[in-house]
Design a protein around this ligand. Structure first.
Ligand code: AMP
Length: 506
């Protein structure tokens, strides 16, 4: 059996002169990429990195990021992609937890790397390497020096743990989900068969590589099939539109907030994007976004997944993309999923319960957290903590996350359901619903909205607007207008931060 390094080696032989990765003005072909990765693995081996060791990366999307991922795979080492939007203290926790031997940093983030270096938890990092060939952080190594080494022998195997991905942290302290090389293979097959990826595809990858989505949707799957992966360094609607056109992109995956922004961008709306298949996931997608893509005549497939599922889990088949608008899909080719009650018993169509998932794509556990791992497994089934119902045809509808559930006067209110209605209001640009304490009902839903430029809205207006669509106990009685919703780097609204802000009256 072969580790994922093998993909690159084989593509390097099959299509050596084809562009594998594109970023900014740089482009690397499969043949050269395979060679560089082999040399980089030698450089890492000289720094003492071997099977089971960790290598951290602190960088926006760039080609070298992907080279480090594959070099780790070749050595059987684990890559630890770090979220550069975090503060140095938060990063220090992850570095202390994962204990990388080497840390790669981007020159743009040199100051953050420097301050991370000052933390006690980072004391175990043996080598600090700066991408781009320039001088590293004080006493750091330039990246190019590592490429001068002789290749290390390939040892990485499918069952080797390959990634430690710290989960978004919308709940509790971040935990490192450990994903094997095999999980990436199965994700590539799962998403590749669902959206039809082939060597003819040019994918645009705006999700950050420090998330399961950035790696698995579609960067690694593109390289698996021998296509071209264009990396977007940052998400900026005009620039994304330019990249889609300039590289004749054929497939892109984004989170709903990205598509909300793209639809507001005139250049995007007017561009001829007939060749692009869009897909979306990571958070509930407002129906109006799906409808807008339908009206533009573009395919727009919904998917659902988690870091722990590598991430592809559910996906709406292309032929049902609009007929089943609002659904998160059916289980991908090599994934099993079911909806269960509190006791883990299968629920019939229509009933709301927790989504449990089984398959070869699953993570192998949380890094050094056996109790946390045990909590989320029931035998081979991973308990997602998400609530969903299935329809008679087997399509899943994510209703919410278990912990986001609001209980008002003994009745359950699922925020996503309420948010979907708020998004229909013409004054609302973005909306989130959280539970706030209430003396009689325990909790009541509270709306937090970002208004469209120049628009106005009162709680009474909103109540009247929602009345035709929602049971009265589900309708927010109070409203906070904010300039922006707090979101994590993958676009998810940080509900806990919102609740805290509201309870402080801010
Ligand atoms: P993460 O591990 O950060 O990718 O977060 C995974 C979580 O995102 C899931 O547990 C869901 O709560 C949420 N999520 C992902 N995809 C969807 C979707 N299509 N609809 C609703 N929620 C989603």
């Amino acid at each position: 059996m072969w580790g994922i390094w093998h993909w690159l080696e084989r593509q390097g032989e099959l299509r050596p002169h084809k562009a594998a990765l594109v970023e900014g003005a740089s482009e690397v072909h499969y043949g050269a990429l395979a060679q560089w990765v082999a040399c980089l693995s030698g450089g890492l081996a000289e720094l003492g990195v071997g099977r089971g060791d960790r290598v951290a990366i602190l960088a926006p999307n760039r080609m070298e990021y992907v080279e480090v991922l594959f070099a780790c795979a070749r050595l059987g080492a684990l890559a630890v992609p770090l979220n550069w939007r975090l503060a140095a203290a938060e990063l220090a926790y992850q570095v202390g937890d994962s204990e990388p031997a080497v840390l790669f940093a981007d020159p743009e983030l040199a100051a953050l790397a420097e301050s991370l270096r000052g933390h006690r938890e980072a004391g175990g990092v043996r080598a600090w390497v700066l991408f781009g060939g320039g001088p590293g952080p004080s006493e750091g190594l330039p990246y190019d020096e590592l490429l001068a080494a002789n290749p290390a022998g390939p040892v990485g195997a499918p069952e080797d743990p390959f990634l430690v991905l710290y989960t978004s942290g919308t709940t509790g302290r971040p935990k490192g989900a450990v994903l094997t090389q095999a999980s990436q293979f199965w994700n590539s097959v799962n998403i590749g068969t669902a959206v039809g990826l082939t060597f003819r595809d040019v994918t645009l990858n705006p999700l950050p590589l420090f998330h399961a989505g950035g790696i698995g949707l579609y960067t690694l799957p593109t390289l698996h099939v021998g296509g071209t992966a264009v990396l977007a360094r940052k998400f900026e609607p005009e620039e994304i539109t330019r990249l889609l056109l300039a590289h004749r992109v054929t497939a892109m995956f984004g989170v709903p907030s990205m598509y909300l922004m793209l639809l507001e961008c005139q250049a995007f709306r007017q561009a001829d994007l007939r060749g692009v298949r869009f897909a979306c996931g990571g958070a509930p997608c407002p129906l109006r976004v799906i409808e807008a893509f339908r009206d533009l005549g573009r395919l727009f497939q919904q998917g659902y997944g988690l870091t722990e599922t590598a991430p592809t889990c559910l996906i709406v088949p292309a032929e049902d993309a609009f007929r089943k608008a609002g659904s998160a899909g059916k289980p991908a080719l090599h994934v099993e999923a079911k909806v269960v009650d509190e006791d883990g018993r299968d629920l019939p169509p229509g009933a709301v319960g927790e989504v449990w998932v089984r398959g070869p794509n699953l993570f192998s556990g949380y890094w050094r957290r056996p109790e946390a791992t045990e909590e989320v497994f029931s035998g081979e089934w991973f308990k997602t903590g998400d609530l969903a119902r299935r329809d008679e045809e087997g399509f899943f509808y994510i209703v919410d996350r278990k912990k986001d559930l609001i209980i008002s006067g003994g009745e359950n209110v699922y925020p996503a359901e309420v948010e979907e209605v708020l998004y229909r209001h013409p004054a609302v640009a973005e909306a989130a619903v959280v539970g706030v304490p209430h003396p009689t009902w325990g909790e009541v839903p509270h709306a937090v909205v970002v208004l469209k430029p120049g628009a106005e809205l009162t709680a009474d207006d909103l109540f009247r607007f929602c009345e035709p669509y929602l049971a009265r106990y589900k309708i927010p009685r109070s409203l906070t207008v904010v300039d922006a919703l707090p979101r994590n780097a993958s676009g998810k609204v940080l509900k806990r931060a919102l609740r805290e802000r509201i309870s402080l009256g801010a």
